[in-house]
Design a protein around this ligand. Sequence first.
Ligand code: BJ8
Length: 432
Amino acid sequence: MPDYREMWKSLKMDIEKHDQLCEILPRFYEDIYLSQENRPEAMNYYNFVVSEVHGLRIQELEEHRSKGGKVIGSFCVFVPDEIIDSGGAIGVGLCGGSEFWEPDGERVLPRNTCPLVKASIGAKISSTCPYFQSCDLIVGETTCDGKKKSWEILRDYIPVHVMDLPQMKREKDNISWQDEIKIFMERLETMTGNRVTTEKLSESIKLMNRKRKTLMRLYNTRKSHRLPISGKDALLISQIAFYDNTERFIEKTNELCDELEKRIEDSISVFEDDTPRILVSGTPMAIPNWKLHHIIETSGGAVVCEETCTGTRYFENLVDEGGKTLDEQIKALADRYLNINCACFTPNMGRTEDIVRLYREYNAHGVVYFTLPFCQTYATEFKKVKDVLDREGIPVIMIETGYSLQDTGQIKTRLEAFFEMLDTDKGRAASK
Ligand code: BJ8
């Protein structure tokens, strides 16, 4: 990696502390990712992206800013990328997925806050994440209480705009979400000096839909009986989708899909045929949180799909492209985004239906329900999900775990026992 220290200094980063992070990450990535056998060739692109995660992409963001462009950070898949793009800004996902940032988060947040929130806030206040440092505005949302209250703290460090996400999905909630999209659009227009026109928004809607279709294509390859890619690699690609250049990401991921589809034709798999196929459902896994996938895939299982915001919730459902006026387009955005079944909603039976549907579509043998510690919404929702899965005869295990690797052995033992009781012959004949 070239020397980016001058750039990091200009971003007012804590270089010494950042060096510590740079020491840990490559080793961690090597152990988890580069140790895999028979990886698709096209994964080299994502290896490169990771190796340059605090370098080249930040340089691109800074080039954009040097020409007067703005960078907008967000923490939730409800923040509409289409608005950011049509306002001429670049959007980046900022959720923190590393234990490294938690102690700094704990300087301003209660210890019993979910690691994702602690790490995200810690990344900003420790000045060790160049993405945060590049952002001109951060967009928060009123989803869970931990995030909602954190925006008030984050405001002391960086400008924050909060979108008021409804907690129910009635008609009046849809109207209110349309209003929130408009308010955000106006703030962006004031900030960038660019007007969001019907034409620009139409282009952005099409672009983001293409990205979603690309991710759907990737995920479709995971439905195959012979898995052409590991769950770990698929997770990495979803995580990279949140901050890579959109056009380049689409191109590179389609190249990978060509290779994966060829692998399926040639019956090339990265797992043995009788490996238990696992659907992971729950809280998002922000980069570099690869822990659960790594444990599953080194304990005899294979992750075939993620019903998470770093999985299907990010790309399922397209925005209708037929809107002729800004109002119609914003309505189409509200309709698509309010179709995301986050546990912050009540009631939220749509999510349980998604889990059952995905379990069948991906020919899974069992569900691993994942929650980060202190995530009340997802932990509480487990009861309703389990009731339905029990009724449907779908095996499920709940794993609550944070970013620390201390409980790895315990989780491995529980998962190995769970995999042993799964019926891996189920559906084999049909999917061959
Ligand atoms: S749409 S899942 S990205 S809110 S894990 S911070 S919920 S305490 S991340 Fe989320 Fe949007 Fe929903 Fe998706 Fe809170 Fe839970 Fe932590 Fe969470």
